[in-house]
Write a protein that binds this ligand. Structure first.
Ligand code: NAP
Length: 244
């Protein structure tokens, strides 16, 4: 059975990706940082599809935790074929009030985690006989392109992920493909603090006239997983908010 590891899959987009992989026949490692009960619920939904699941608590910004996460996945599920670096945090604060510690924390969770998890996973991905090729998908953001004055560290971290994606794609080809998705506004806990007025203003800039659902991002990740001739690419999933 092919195996996927989805970081930050207790809630939101990561949970939808974990469930989509299970629906597509993958055993799944479900990772959380603090939300153990929610992670167990994600794992139950994976099992509802007849697939095996393992739940691993790990702070993916920590290299030792990232390594333990990968090794537990391989030990419990028998290998590793696809990695989704989805875990992320956000914080709304302008530069004048942003501390270096908070800047570093967002970078650590959003970027360093992808480096640490991918580095730990690479030997196992190289051993995988997955067809199509094993892959890594990094979850970036539309803000990588637009910037965001009230979340410069978040936007910067998501831009860095796109460069990391291309560098790793060049480095690991042809054995392992590396791609990214860049979601626009998706309705999850991360975006639940928007006021109604802010939501209406943002909606006016989305030609498809709705906010994304976690399953919309899971569809894009599943496409990249299966797209054997696609590497180093970013798939923008934003309802037309940013046409490039
Ligand atoms: P969310 O609902 O806040 O969920 C975040 C997930 O990341 C949770 O599972 C959380 O685990 C996990 N996480 C946070 N810090 C972690 C750490 N140090 N180690 C391991 N796991 C950690 O967010 P979301 O909206 O689903 O976002 C998922 C990804 O999509 C993020 O990378 C985000 O930047 C990106 N994104 C989201 C949007 C959007 O509009 N929602 C748009 C563009 C990009 P716990 O539950 O244990 O805390």
């Amino acid at each position: 059975m092919p195996v996927a590891l989805v970081t930050g899959s207790s809630r939101g987009i990561g949970a939808a990706i974990a469930e989509r992989f299970a629906a597509d026949g993958y055993d799944v490692a479900v990772n959380y940082h603090t939300s153990e009960a929610a992670a167990e619920e994600t794992a139950d939904r994976v099992r509802d599809h007849g697939q095996a699941a393992v739940v691993v608590g790990a702070d993916v910004s920590d290299a030792d935790d990232a390594s333990r996460l990968v090794e537990t996945t391989v030990d419990e599920l028998g290998g590793l074929d696809h990695v989704v670096n989805n875990a992320g945090i956000d914080q709304h604060v302008y530069t004048e009030d942003l501390s270096p510690e908070d800047f570093d924390r967002v970078m650590d969770v959003n970027v360093n985690s992808a480096f640490c998890v991918t580095k730990a996973a690479l030997p196992h991905l190289r051993e995988s006989d997955a067809d199509p090729t094993p892959s890594v998908t990094n979850v970036s953001s539309i803000l990588a392109y637009t910037g965001a004055p009230i979340e410069v560290h978040y936007a910067g971290s998501k831009g860095a992920l796109l460069s990391l994606t291309k560098s790793h794609a060049r480095d690991f080809a042809p054995a392992v493909r590396v791609n990214a998705v860049a979601p626009g506004h998706v309705e999850t806990d991360m975006t639940s603090d928007r006021t109604e007025a802010e939501k209406q203003e943002e909606l006016a800039g989305i030609p498809m006239d709705y906010f994304g659902a976690p399953a919309d991002i899971a569809d894009a990740v599943a496409y990249l997983r299966d797209a054997r001739f696609v590497t180093g690419e970013t798939l923008n999933v934003n309802g037309g908010e940013l046409m490039r």
